[in-house]
Design a protein around this ligand. Structure first.
Ligand SMILES: Nc1nc2c(ncn2[C@@H]2O[C@H](COP(=O)(O)OP(=O)(O)OP(=O)(O)O)[C@@H](O)[C@H]2O)c(=O)[nH]1
Ligand SMILES: [Mg+2]
Length: 295
C-alpha cells in the first residue's frame, strides 16, 4: 500500500474550540485550552498516524482584529498556516452563532481556492436548532460541502468528521516518527502548560498580557526528578501583584496546577520554580516576543 499524508489547518475565531478538537483528534494534550479567547498564540502541529497514512493537523491562533504586535503575529500565523495545506477546517461556535466576522473569514478562505470544510462546534451547548441554523447560514454564504455538527468536548460527530477528512490524503511520506504527536519541543510545551494555568486562574485583563518563558529544565541524574525554572512575564507592576497574590497564594496555585501537568509530561517528579517579571507593554516589543518564541 502506498503511504499517504495530508496537512489540515484548523482555523477559526478565538474560542471556537480549535485546540479542544485538535487534542481530541490526536488523543493527547498537544495544545492548551482555556475559556478565554486568544489562548493559542502560535501554530501547533498535532499528528495522527495510521497504518498507511499520517494526518498533520495545524492548530492556529483565533482570527481577530489585532490590537498589538502580538495580535498581528497571531493572525498572520493563522493565515500563513492555512496555505500549503490539503484542506482547511473552519471551526465555528454554534453557541455564539455565526457572526459577521465568521462570514468574512469564510469568504476569505473560500477565495483562497483550497478546500474548506466547516465544523459547527459546541452543539452540546447550543442545541440542535441553533446548530442547524448555523450550518444553514454557512451554506447560504457559498460553502458547498455540508458542515459537520460536532462537539469537540463530548466527541459527538468527531469520528464522522475525521473519516471525511481522510479524503484529502495524497501520496506522501510520514512526516513524523510513529510515536511523535507534535512538533513542539518539551520546553515550549512546559511553558504552555504554565500559561494555561495562569489563564485559567487569573481574571480580567491580566491573563492576556502574560507570557511564559522556561529558563531551564534539568533532569537530575539517577533520581527520577526534573527541576524546571520558569518566568511569568506580565505587563504591569499591578499585574505582578495579582499574579503573585496575597502571601504568594496565586503563584502557588498556578505552580501546583502546572506541576501536575508537567509531571505527566516528563513522567517524573517535578520541582517547579516560578518567577514573575514585568515587561511594560511587551506585546508590542519585538525583543520580548522573540524571547517568548513569537517571531
Ligand atoms: N460546551 C462546549 N465547550 C467547548 C467545546 N469545545 C471547546 N469548548 C470550550 O470552549 C473554550 C475554548 O476552547 P479552545 O479549544 O481553547 O478554543 P480555541 O478555538 O482553540 O481558542 P483560541 O486558541 O483562543 O483561538 C474552552 O473553555 C473549551 O472547553 C464544545 O464542543 N462544547
Ligand atoms: Mg486554541
Amino acid at each position: 500500500m502506498e503511504h499517504k499524508s495530508a496537512f489540515i489547518a484548523i482555523v477559526g475565531r478565538p474560542n471556537a474550540g480549535k485546540s479542544t478538537l485538535m487534542n481530541r483528534l490526536v488523543g493527547a494534550k498537544v495544545a492548551i485550552v482555556s475559556q478565554k479567547p486568544q489562548t493559542t498564540r502560535s501554530r501547533i502541529s498535532g499528528v495522527v498516524t495510521g497504518k498507511d497514512y499520517q494526518m498533520v493537523f495545524l492548530d492556529t491562533p483565533g482570527v481577530h482584529s489585532p490590537r498589538n504586535r502580538l495580535g498581528e503575529y497571531m493572525v498572520k500565523t493563522a493565515f500563513d498556516s492555512a496555505r500549503d495545506v490539503e484542506a482547511i477546517l473552519l471551526m465555528l461556535d454554534a453557541q455564539r452563532g455565526i457572526e459577521q466576522e465568521d462570514m468574512a473569514l469564510l469568504d476569505k478562505l473560500l477565495k483562497g481556492g483550497l478546500p474548506v470544510v466547516a465544523a459547527v462546534n459546541k452543539t452540546d451547548a447550543a442545541g440542535r436548532q441553533k446548530s442547524l441554523e448555523a450550518a444553514q447560514k454557512l451554506k447560504d454564504a457559498g460553502l458547498e460541502t455540508e458542515p459537520f455538527l460536532i462537539s469537540a468536548k463530548t466527541g459527538e460527530g468527531v469520528d464522522e468528521l475525521m473519516a471525511s477528512l481522510k479524503r484529502f490524503l495524497v501520496p506522501g511520506p510520514r512526516y513524523y516518527p510513529d510515536d511523535e504527536y507534535t512538533d513542539q519541543p518539551e520546553r515550549v510545551i512546559a511553558a504552555e502548560m504554565i500559561r494555561e494555568k495562569a489563564l485559567r486562574l487569573l481574571e480580567d485583563e491580566v491573563p492576556h498580557g502574560i507570557g511564559v518563558f522556561v529558563n531551564s529544565v534539568k533532569h537530575r541524574e539517577e533520581k527520577n526528578i526534573v527541576d524546571v525554572a520558569a518566568t511569568i512575564i506580565c505587563e504591569r507592576e499591578t499585574h505582578k501583584g495579582i499574579i503573585i497574590g496575597r502571601g504568594g497564594k496565586m503563584l502557588k496555585a498556578i505552580g501546583t496546577e502546572a506541576r501536575k501537568d508537567l509531571e505527566m509530561l516528563f513522567g517524573k517528579k517535578v520541582f517547579l520554580e516560578l518567577w514573575v517579571k514585568v515587561e511594560e507593554g511587551w506585546r508590542d516589543s519585538t525583543r520580548v516576543m522573540r524571547e517568548l518564541g513569537y517571531e
